[in-house]
Design a protein around this ligand. Structure first.
Ligand code: SF4
Length: 877
């Protein structure tokens, strides 16, 4: 058995993972020694082993759809980029990279583009995630610095979560907070979110704020802080400028606070008092703050309150930006954004340009901001970009105006996509496809939200001809004529150069400095333990920033900014505010979690949360289908009626693509509105129309073979099960069960080995011997059956009694039926949990003891609380 310590590839918590391999079997567990998670993993991290394997991998380079080899493919990439640059200049090419790639990949991509091609046209999908935090930090601190540590959450007396569904999106941090709260019930948790999320369920106070009301809220807090005499004048006078202007702006906002936040004065005052009374407050902000037209101002409104009170850089207090992706922070460190240089240096600073150029010995250096993500694809569409290389991301699904992004790629003269899987919606448009190493195969470093750099280590053989992204980039760079600067013998050499640049001409002038690692040997890089930056060669490392000032501005003082909070957006007639975000068990565009049956059970199809009152007005019934429309595009998803949603607003998850559903690419509906400072798109504030989607035939289908439709249903959504697939379908026309079976090609899928089929009206199962190979249930309305019951039977021998239960879609009395799966790790369903509660389980531990739910990763614990509170779980049954 081999044991490898590595890091989870999903969210910005950056949990340590131990992968044990024996006879091609991989077992995943949390690393008890990793300081981010101390052995914990969430439902995504726990199921990583299910996402490994050769299925649907991109194994060989392809040129124009045909298998090729590296020499040919890389030669073509280099030639096409060179030709575009020679003919149209360096601004005619672009890289669109990703918070999924490793710091070493990012470093090489940035070096090639900014130092050798000579343009800053490299941006990352992290632009969609935390660009507003970067700009907010730089405006206030003069640097993009996350000031504190995760340990501050446990040392705080109060945690304020702004625009963060931490329970689902950063579950291990949420578990750390909840574990501390169990020990210290006085630790107060406040959630500020328009939706009553699972995080809000367990909060001591929930502020159902209007979308984009956060700046007005923190302006109100600033005024109250001053009125109550809680400004830390000593700190402000020594280390902060701009207090008077910021306070004046906040005061002018105060009369409108109720209108701008949608909160009552009573609630505003209660929150302000709580903020004032608890000096040890950590304010955590995430995508609900950043993904906004006012994201940067929201960040600065939060920072203003911490600067005014000197609650920064001290144990148990401070502002804290949580990143969404595993290496968003690493990208920031190497300058992966079109607005930054490298090693936290500035593109618009001539000294920084000279420093980087000197260090790289490069023939040129980018000296102006490049195209940010949305602008980049606009430039592709308008023909300004002639060649683009997309690495480890799927912009055809994830960017705003995703339909226009797809059109842009179709029209682009030369598109390169590096990816690990063979099929994504973006890969469809690649002239050259390059197979990259996946998690478990690649090696390098990532930085988590608390500035902790950890190793990702490979423990699996590279499949086919797959190669690391940094390797692909260096080979193209050499073919473009830059041999010397890109002759890295291995990934450790890339890290050494990155570390050396961070210390080059630094002398404490810049926050990011890991020059202590500039001479690390290959062997020491191999065994490198997680560490927090900065780690300068001088040895003067610090854990937290700014306790005693020392900001990275010309006068070393922080800047408080005058923030004018926006008025609420006037609702347009017949339109809803579209909020988008993540669900608990899926990740991005499901290229990884979609392969895992564990991750696919919790929420198995795309949905739209809508308030029951709005649904009634539109004639939308529970579990019916809804059509959301904007930008000339439609999305069809399942209706999920819930009073967790505000009236006039809907929520749709970001994950489903054309690979998993007929029409659920929510990015198509998102407008191109973005923050004027950061360029971050307002992914939580688009305007859509909503209507019932009228289907006359609904079906639920399970099969051991992957479905291949003869006639594509008008609606379908596909999810993996342990021994096959489950598919929801709907048709506009009234079809018989035979016609549905024909459309779904069931006979072919069940194959020639089908020996028998048996049916009742509206349902049918197919057997191979006594093993269930397929099942179909059809109705004129959404199919009501216990999906967990029939999914559990798929691929297994069937008894006569069970066959009849399956055909009816309901368990008979006394037979096991889990209901909708709530605990993915232990596969415990809603019915079992309700039974446990009915039988006396009165807290989460008792539920775990009774039925096992919540006893592994703990990601479902906030949902278990809903059962205790007799709330209705949102997972569709
Ligand atoms: Fe991975 Fe979950 Fe940890 Fe995030 S919280 S790094 S998804 S295990």
């Amino acid at each position: 058995m081999t044991k490898t310590c590595t890091t989870c590839p999903y969210c910005g918590v950056g949990c340590g993972v131990i992968a044990e391999t024996q006879d091609d079997q991989v077992t995943i567990s949390g690393d008890p020694d990793h300081p981010a998670n101390f052995g914990r993993l969430c439902s995504k991290g726990s199921a990583l082993a299910e996402t490994i394997g050769p299925e649907d991998r991109l194994l060989y380079p392809e040129v124009h759809g045909k298998r090729s080899d590296w020499d040919l493919a890389l030669g073509l990439v280099a030639d096409q980029f060179k030709r575009a640059i020679e003919t149209h200049g360096p601004d005619a090419v672009a890289f669109y990279v990703s918070g999924q790639i490793l710091t070493e990949d990012y470093y090489v991509a940035n070096k090639l583009m900014k130092g050798f091609i000579g343009t800053a046209n490299i941006d990352t999908n992290s632009r969609l995630c935390m660009a507003s935090s970067v700009v907010g930090h730089k405006r206030a601190f003069g640097s993009d610095t996350v000031t504190g540590l995760y340990a501050d959450f446990e040392a705080a007396d109060q945690i304020v979560l702004v625009g963060s569904n931490l329970a689902w999106c950063h579950p291990v941090l949420f578990q750390r907070i909840m574990a501390e709260k169990e020990k210290r019930p006085d630790l107060r948790l406040i959630v500020i979110d328009p939706r009553r999320t699972r995080t809000a369920d367990v909060a001591d106070m929930w502020l159902p704020i209007l979308s984009d009301g956060d700046a007005a809220l923190f302006n109100a807090v600033l005024v109250h802080l001053q009125d109550a005499g809680f400004v830390d004048w000593d700190y402000v006078s020594k280390y902060v400028s701009g207090f008077d202007e910021a306070l004046a702006a906040a005061k002018s906002d105060l009369p409108h606070a109720e209108v701008k936040t949608g909160l009552t004065n009573e609630l505003l005052n209660r929150f302000s008092r709580s903020f004032i009374e608890r000096p040890k407050t950590v304010t955590i902000y995430s995508q609900g703050v950043n993904q906004s037209q006012h994201g940067t101002d929201k960040v600065n409104a939060i920072l203003n309150c911490h600067l005014a009170t000197g609650r920064i850089g001290k144990k148990g207090m401070g502002p804290f930006s949580i990143t969404g992706q595993p290496n968003a922070m690493g990208g920031r460190e190497v300058g992966g954004l079109a607005t930054m240089l490298a090693a936290h240096m500035d593109l618009d600073n001539p000294d920084h340009q000279a420093t980087v150029q000197e260090f790289w010995g490069s023939p040129r250096i980018a000296n102006k901001v490049g195209l940010k993500a949305v602008d980049m694809f606009d430039a592709v569409k308008s023909g300004r970009i002639k060649a683009i290389w997309i690495m480890g991301t799927n912009p055809v699904d994830s960017l705003p105006m995703a339909g226009a992004v797809e059109d842009a790629l179709k029209s682009c003269p030369f598109v390169v996509v590096s990816d690990v899987v063979a099929h994504t919606d973006s890969l469809r448009h690649a002239d050259v496809k390059l197979p990259s190493l996946a998690w478990g195969e690649k090696t390098g470093t990532v930085t988590n939200s608390e500035r902790r750099i950890s190793r990702q280590r490979g423990f699996l053989r590279a499949p086919g001809a797959a190669k690391a992204d940094w390797w692909q980039l260096t080979r193209v760079a050499k073919r473009m004529g830059f041999q010397d600067a890109f002759s890295f013998p291995n990934v450790a050499a890339v890290f050494r150069e990155h570390a050396a640049l961070s210390g080059f001409k630094n002398d404490g002038q810049r926050d990011f400095d890991i020059s202590a690692y500039a001479d690390i040997s290959d062997a020491d890089y191999e065994t490198m333990q997680p560490f927090i930056w900065p780690q300068p060669q001088s040895g003067h490392a610090k854990k937290r920033f700014f306790k005693d000032g020392g900001f990275y501005t010309p006068d070393t003082k922080a800047r408080m900014l005058p923030i004018q909070a926006p008025m609420p957006v006037e609702a347009k007639p017949n339109s809803f505010v579209l909020n988008s975000g993540r669900v608990r068990d899926h990740w991005h565009t499901m290229t990884r979690t979609g392969r895992s049956q564990t991750n696919s059970t919790h929420l198995a199809e795309p949905f739209c949360e809508i308030h029951p009152g709005d649904a009634a007005d539109l004639g939308i019934e529970p579990a019916s289908l809804v059509k959301l429309s904007a930008n000339g595009c439609d999305v069809i998803v399942r209706a999920l009626l819930t009073d967790r949603q505000r009236r006039g607003e809907v929520f749709v998850p970001i994950h489903w693509t054309d690979q998993f559903a007929s029409s659920a690419r929510i990015g198509q509906l998102v407008s191109a509105d973005r923050d004027p400072f950061s360029g971050q798109p307002a992914l939580k504030m688009s305007s859509v129309s909503v209507a019932r989607y009228r289907a006359k035939t609904f079906g639920f289908f399970i099969a051991t073979n992957a479905p291949k439709f003869a006639t594509e249903p008008d609606y379908w959504a596909l999810a993996k099960t342990d021994l096959g697939w489950r598919v929801e379908v709907a048709f506009k026309n009234a079809l018989s069960i035979n016609e549905v079976a024909e459309a779904l090609h069931i006979r072919r899928q069940a194959d020639l080995s089908v020996h028998a089929s048996t049916s009742l009206d509206g349902s049918r199962v197919w057997l191979d011997g006594d093993v269930l190979t397929a099942g179909l249930w059809v109705a004129r309305q959404p199919v009501a059956l216990s999906r967990s019951l029939v999914v559990a039977a798929l691929g297994r021998p069937l008894t006569d009694g069970l066959a009849m239960q399956l055909l009816s879609g309901r368990a008979s009395v006394g037979a096991p039926d889990k209901g909708a799966i709530i605990c993915a790790c232990e596969q415990v369903g809603a019915i079992e949990i309700r039974d446990a509660v009915r039988n006396g389980a009165n807290d989460i531990h008792a539920i775990g003891k009774a039925c096992g739910a919540g006893t592994n990763c703990g990601s479902c614990r906030s949902e278990l609380k809903a059962f205790l509170d007799e709330a209705i779980p949102i997972a569709a049954e």
